[in-house]
Design a protein around this ligand. Structure first.
Ligand SMILES: [Fe+2]
Length: 375
């Protein structure tokens, strides 16, 4: 993880440690009550006030995202408390609501609890201490619900950033394969989209594509960056990268299924691939997709021992190896969409964000250095 990403992880933790003042909106048409409530909470919360439902809705429209809790009187002119709170539930369901009511009318109370998602009702007259406790509990409820949401979002972002950082480290380990993981991911996503695979599968394909060669991180540079063909012995070491990759990824709970895909990206349709010699549909679909994208990128990129093949030659090679190396259905689809693939190869910085799930969630810049157009 880079120092920049480490800093962001720390910020996540520090943000949660911050004790921010909550904002409470008090709605009551009687000035004396309003002042009493204001005094009860002064200093502890930021207080907003309104003297009727319409005015209060206006406050919620302007400050809804800052308000944690509303204390509203039931009997007010223009709009009753329950009608006001019902509207708040529709626009700002995250706000916790407390209703103050003068008499025990079970119909009003039941409808308030159901229709307004009321947290609590309090009968008037009440002791300030009773209301204080109710508000504290309401604020606790708000904090738990909303901190969990924020925490989950930040954790998810951190997870994506870590995946991105690992794949970047991999792509820059060898200047000849610079951008390889990213391009393989892009071609895999394009093919997966053409196959109408659902969104969560698309997200997993992206993560698997970015990590498919993660096992190479353990390869000695002398083999990985060798300026020439590998010896049999070196090739054997190189061939261990899918299993090494699987071992790295399988330890991360969310990536357990992806570990199978990482392991299978060098299997061949006819069973002559490695590491397990799987064949046909015994190879996970994502493994077959990545295998196609991987081979296409390898062919269209310059290597120390040969220059890049043209897009056209690579496509005819895919056609030729359909049914032996590649799943024939997938190879057919890949050839059908070859124009899209070529556009992506030439302009990854424009095309990647169109398909990417990660780019929608984190700052994920793809620069033209990842294009293999000039290699
Ligand atoms: Fe590989």
């Amino acid at each position: 993880m880079s120092s920049c990403e480490l800093k962001e992880s720390l910020e996540v933790v520090l943000n949660f440690a911050k004790d921010e003042k909550h904002t409470v909106l008090i709605v009551d048409d009687e000035e004396n009550n309003l002042q009493l409530l204001k005094r009860t909470f002064r200093g502890k919360y930021n207080i907003l006030t309104a003297t009727n439902g319409v005015e209060a809705l206006d406050v919620v429209n302007k400050h809804g995202s800052e308000i944690s809790l509303i204390v509203s009187d039931q009997k007010m002119p223009i709009m009753e408390g329950t009608d006001f709170l019902k509207r708040v539930r529709e626009t700002n369901p995250q706000i916790v609501k407390i209703l103050l009511t003068g008499h025990v009318d079970t119909d009003i109370i039941v409808s308030a609890i159901n229709d307004c998602e009321l947290f609590q009702y309090i009968l008037k007259p009440f002791e300030p201490e009773e209301l204080k406790i109710a508000v504290e509990k309401g604020i606790e409820k708000y904090s738990m619900a909303n901190n969990n949401k924020v925490f989950y979002k930040e954790l998810r972002e951190l997870f994506y950033k870590t995946i991105r950082a690992i794949s970047n480290a991999l792509d820059t380990k060898d200047s000849y394969t610079n951008g390889h993981s990213l391009r393989v991911t892009l071609y895999s996503m394009i093919l997966a989209k053409e196959l109408n695979l659902d969104e969560s599968y698309m997200e997993d394909i992206e993560i698997a594509g970015l990590l498919h060669d993660i096992g190479k991180i353990a390869m000695p540079k002398s083999i990985l960056c060798k300026n020439g063909k590998l010896t049999d012995e070196e090739f054997l070491v190189m061939k261990s990268h899918p299993i090494r990759g699987e071992k790295i990824v399988i330890n991360i709970k969310k990536l357990q299924m992806i570990s199978e895909w990482v392991k299978s990206h060098h299997e061949k349709w006819d069973g002559t691939g490695y590491p397990d010699g799987l064949s046909g549909e015994g190879i996970p679909l994502a493994g077959r997709i990545i295998a196609l994208a991987d081979t296409y990128d390898a062919m269209t990129s310059t290597r120390p021992y040969r220059t890049a093949l043209s897009h056209e030659v690579a496509i005819s090679e895919i056609n030729r190896c359909s049914g032996t190396q590649f799943d024939p259905e997938l190879a057919k689809k890949f050839v059908e969409i070859e124009a899209k693939i070529n556009t992506a190869r030439l302009n990854p910085e424009i095309e990647y964000p169109k398909y990417s799930f990660l780019a929608k969630n984190i700052d994920f810049k793809v620069t033209s250095e990842f294009s293999n157009a000039n290699q």
